[in-house]
Design a protein around this ligand. Sequence first.
Ligand SMILES: *Cc1c(COP(=O)(O)O)cnc(C)c1O
Length: 421
Amino acid sequence: MNDKKIPFSKQELESIAEKFPTPFHIYDEQGMRDYAKSFVAAFDWNPGFKEFYAIKSAPNPFLMKILRSEGFGIDCSSMAELVLAERIGMKGEEIMFTSNDTPAAEYKKAIELGAIINLDDVAHIKYLEEQAGLPELICFRYNPGALKEGNAIIGHPEEAKYGFTREQLFEGYRMLRDRGIKRFGIHTMVASNELNPDYFVETAQILFELIVELNRELGIRFEFANLGGGIGIPYKPEQEPVDLVRMSKGIREAYEHYIVANGLDPLKIYFESGRAITGPFGFLVSRVLHIKNTYKKYAGLDASMANLMRPALYGSYHHITVLGKEENPSRFMYDVTGSLCENNDKFAINRVLPKMSPGDLVVIHDTGAHGHAMGFNYNGKLRSAELLKRVDGSVDLIRRAETLEDYFSTLDFGRVGNYPV
Ligand SMILES: *Cc1c(COP(=O)(O)O)cnc(C)c1O
């Protein structure tokens, strides 16, 4: 059992909420840094090890800057994500560009920044060459198909739209070798929110074995194996985080067995995790607006699924703490809702919680990945602020809340005035 602690006291959050109105997401720098350090330390045996933070999880440049200072690169998959990297001065091989169904302009930008290009499809070799030119280092995304079981979020690999088949990998690397490319990487990502460390060991085994076969057949050497993201987090109190040390030990054994034994070391191990890096260190803070008793009990918050879409999208569990009532008996069953005109705008259904009252501060846990990032404006909901609790305890606004002016900024009301109807 992990006891879902919050790195803030009630008093602290009340005083933060006086300055920054709820709802907001707040991130804990200390927690993020500690986790980042433990990730890097777990792989200290592998020279060149690097984690590329999947920026889609929480695309905030302040968070990225902190992670970069811990040695992380950035994993991008869109124009905006590439430009975010560029604007904070990231370039070259600290950027991994893992995209799919990619527009030419994004390949051009990635090439311009010197990013590592991770191709999703064998047909993109020609497309990239024509649109942006081939880089000197290139990586392919492998989809092992029925070789690997899937999980609930990402589904079965053979049903997933991503990556090359095994035959296409051999064909693709051969094509690149014949065009004179000399630097190669390989990538796969077949899990999402996976809590079993052995799953990542198995993924490494699959890639390492392939590297040996590709080397034998094509005579090419690989610089890195990118094991993707997918490291899960314990959203529920009864779940445990992935044991990074155990995972690393298993990957090291596979590395010795396949890579070292075949004279293919050194090979850099890369990850592009997102969820595990910031997810547990972000919290959505909201206030109870109304308690409603009809056929069920409803606790209506000032946040909505526009601030956190995961429960409505996947039925995901997010732990909820009613601040200052942690020790009260949990005796009431609530649907915890937002105000969208959508009946699935619920953070929790039939959740047993302490008795709640209007004005209570509520903390929704593990919103540091795919929380603010998945926000949207339906029903005219404005995107919330993002705050950062610094290591020294101070709190900093790292993204202001949207205003109505922001919301209306793409409309021309002047023209509506004279619009002939
Ligand atoms: C989403 C994504 C990641 C990060 O996945 P997590 O589950 O957040 O670790 C990494 N790589 C790619 C290509 C992704 O789409």
